[in-house]
Design a protein around this ligand. Structure first.
Ligand code: 13P
Length: 255
């Protein structure tokens, strides 16, 4: 269901880091560190082989479990892929889709991302659709065009009125893993455009209740200025999410 309000949402994208025992050890440190922030939704997205152990470790806590990718079919001859049905059965609640590393390293297209978004929704999980421009696109003044296209095609296979939640994450590619986050003004401009586009594609109500996260070099130092902006509803955190204290600092900034 679409949430009634935009509770801040902070997600740790662990990428291809942390094997099972390190994933559980990080959760051991993280769970007490974030226990004081019940007004923030927190999620972690471990690598596929760690999902089961992570699900067991966070059972009974408010932390949500996410995956970093999914195929668009439920089963079949797709060697090396993981289906959304498998993820749903593991208790996965949200799936990061269209991350720029998937797009740029693995050649994922907007059309494939759209099919994945629809597949994840079919299994009642929340798609976290990532959008964002490359540095050259920003320099060429094409940021809003690129993000508009990723959003328009990425959400083209879902029905406007089916009443289920989506999350959008704006991650400028030049800010990921570089230590150079977008400025609050840069992020605010793109977030506002994303919300306007959601209103015109779907409805003002959906736009008003959809959480739009910022990602790209979010740290405890950069988080307060970004997360205090009215259009930024949380963070998708890479590097800093691998450190319990740093991630807890970002969660605290989101309160
Ligand atoms: P960093 O926080 O390491 O820049 O990564 C951001 C990201 O890609 C999250 O999905």
């Amino acid at each position: 269901m679409i949430p009634a309000s935009r509770t801040p949402f902070v997600i740790g994208n662990w990428k291809m880091n942390l094997s099972e025992r390190w994933a559980v050890a990080l959760l051991d440190d993280l769970l007490p560190a974030i226990a004081g922030a019940p007004e923030v939704d927190v999620g972690v997205a471990p690598a596929f082989p760690c999902l089961r152990a992570a699900a067991d470790r966070i059972a009974g806590t408010p932390v949500q479990l996410g995956a970093q990718n999914a195929h668009w079919e439920d089963k079949g001859a797709f060697t090396g892929e993981v289906s959304p049905r498998m993820l749903a059965e593991l208790g996965v609640g949200f799936v990061i889709l269209g991350h720029s590393e998937r797009r740029n390293i693995f050649g994922e297209t907007d059309e494939r991302v759209a099919r994945k978004v629809a597949a994840v929704r079919r299994h009642a999980m929340v798609p976290v659709l990532c959008v964002g421009e490359q540095e050259g696109e920003r320099d060429a003044g094409r940021t809003l065009d690129v993000v508009e296209r990723q959003l328009r095609i990425g959400l083209s296979e879902i029905r406007p009125a089916d009443g289920a939640e989506i999350v959008v994450a704006y991650e400028p590619v030049w800010a990921i893993g570089t230590g150079r986050s977008a400025t609050p003004a840069q992020a605010q401009e793109v977030h506002r455009m994303i919300r306007e586009q959601l209103a015109s594609m779907f409805s003002p109500r959906l736009a008003g209740t959809t959480r739009i996260l910022y990602g790209g070099s979010v740290t405890p130092a950069s988080a307060p200025a970004l997360l205090s902006l009215p259009e930024i509803d949380g963070a998708l955190v890479g590097g800093a999410s691998l450190d319990a204290e740093a991630f807890a600092g970002i969660v605290a900034a989101a309160r």
